[in-house]
Design a protein around this ligand. Structure first.
Ligand SMILES: Cc1cc2nc3c(=O)[nH]c(=O)nc-3n(C[C@H](O)[C@H](O)[C@H](O)COP(=O)(O)OP(=O)(O)OC[C@H]3O[C@@H](n4cnc5c(N)ncnc54)[C@H](O)[C@@H]3O)c2cc1C
Length: 390
């Protein structure tokens, strides 16, 4: 087998790897981009319900990320704003639309993003190799050898863009984490995030959705909550899951906009309590709510004792629920945790333990909140590594 010499090897042709190949090759560096899948960017294609929430118009900053080192993302994000990627979309005639909270989605399909990223790979300095299975990495005096039974590539620089653990069925692997460990990097424990909760007792409400306020570990989110067969989902829950650890409880405010006391003020004493609540919340939710708190919803307002009124108020606005778990890596959007950023340069994304080795995208302990922040991290970290290596 011939040994091929190149300038930069990138493993992983997902969001961050494809962008990094483009940035690295722009100034003439020879890049090999490898992926064990048959197709590039498979996660991009299924992201955002097939429309890819590719960035956030309001920008991404440290508060939009979960990481042991909150400041790590600052440098890369500050050098590649959402507008840089939006301009790339505009130049390539990708139609997009703004949804709630500045989230930008493709109007037609996420395939458009892959089309643009693939067109950037048509650079003569980039060689894309797919189905490169069972890759191994060896460090030597002149850099790195990346090889399998069919291939042997050598380069002084290696970029790992193999992502997190979500959806192994479409290519996710722990390749990057294992490799990082062999060079002495610590791995922050990995758990599924942006993921539905399993909570028993709500399956009869499956399909209902409304805005609720959720508090978990001092983080408050007020957004749509969707009832599922297994528990709770929807943006409010996915966002909350970023801050949740196994065993934690969440506090749910089912009616954040009104207090129960205000609702019953100036109301005729003959009206039933559930009739009032059904004006604001789905009927079947209200029925289940009273069942759960073991109170009679048919009680007339005039007959409510102060204690029962407080009980309803408390459960309506601060119900404590303890999820049994999450729906796991099969249903999550991202992996929380990953390669500890402590030994990675925030400016160049280069390992401080192994010169020449770089990590970008989700493989690192950088997890974005729902809203396009994960892709923005991919674009920005790819840009930072490109600036450094090109
Ligand atoms: C259902 C879903 C919806 C999502 N929606 C959004 C959204 O709308 N907005 C948003 O910002 N984020 C979204 N995300 C998160 C986002 O997709 C990821 O954060 C992002 O794709 C991470 O990019 P990456 O380049 O780090 O890794 P990936 O995109 O996962 O790419 C990693 C690549 O490495 C390859 N690879 C892995 N192991 C090996 C190996 N051993 N050898 C060779 N190649 C390997 C994989 O095949 C893959 O192509 C979503 C995720 C999911 C699962």
């Amino acid at each position: 087998m011939n040994q091929i010499e190149t300038d930069i090897i990138i493993v992983g042709a997902g969001a961050s790897g494809m962008m990094a190949a483009h940035f690295c090759a722009q100034q003439g560096k020879k890049v090999y981009l490898l992926d064990h899948n048959k197709q590039v960017g498979r996660k991009i294609l299924i992201s955002g319900g097939g429309k890819c929430n590719f960035t956030n118009l309001y920008g991404s900053d440290p508060k939009d990320y979960y990481s042991e080192n909150k400041h790590f993302v600052k440098s890369a994000l500050s050098r590649y704003s959402p507008w840089e990627f939006i301009n790339l979309m505009i130049e390539n005639k990708v139609d997009y639309e703004e949804r709630l909270h500045g989230q930008l989605f493709c109007t037609k399909s996420a395939k458009e993003i892959n089309r643009v990223l693939l067109s950037q790979l048509k650079n003569k300095n980039i060689k894309l190799l797919l189905q490169t299975k069972d890759l191994e990495v060896e460090k030597n005096d002149s850099g790195f050898r990346v090889y399998n039974k069919e291939l042997s590539l050598c380069a002084p620089k290696l970029v790992i863009a193999t992502g997190g653990l979500v959806l192994p069925q479409i290519g996710a692997s722990d390749f990057g984490h294992k490799l990082a460990k062999t060079f002495g990097h610590k791995i922050i424990p990995m758990t599924p995030a942006l993921v539905p909760f399993k909570i028993s007792g709500f399956s009869s409400l499956s399909g209902n959705a409304f805005i609720a306020g959720i508090t978990c570990n001092n983080h408050y989110v007020a957004e749509n909550v969707l009832f599922t067969h297994k528990g709770l989902s929807g943006p409010g829950i996915l966002k909350t899951s970023l801050f949740w650890n196994h065993g934690d409880s969440i506090e749910v405010n089912w009616l954040p906009s009104q207090s129960f006391t205000d609702l019953i003020k100036n109301t005729s004493g003959n009206i039933q309590v559930d009739t009032i609540l059904k004006k604001y919340l789905p009927n079947n939710f209200v029925d289940l709510f009273f069942e759960r708190i073991r109170l009679d919803g048919k009680m007339h307002i005039g007959k409510l004792s102060k204690i029962i009124q407080m009980d309803i108020e408390q459960n309506l606005h601060s119900m404590i629920l303890t999820p049994d778990g999450t729906e796991g890596f099969r249903k999550a959007e991202v992996t929380r945790g990953g390669i500890d950023t402590k030994h990675v340069s925030s400016k160049t994304l280069e390992s401080k333990l192994c010169p020449g080795l770089h990590f970008i995208g989700e493989v690192l302990d950088v997890t974005g909140q729902l809203g396009g922040h994960n892709f923005q991290w991919c674009w920005a970290s790819a840009h930072a590594v490109g600036e450094h290596l090109a």
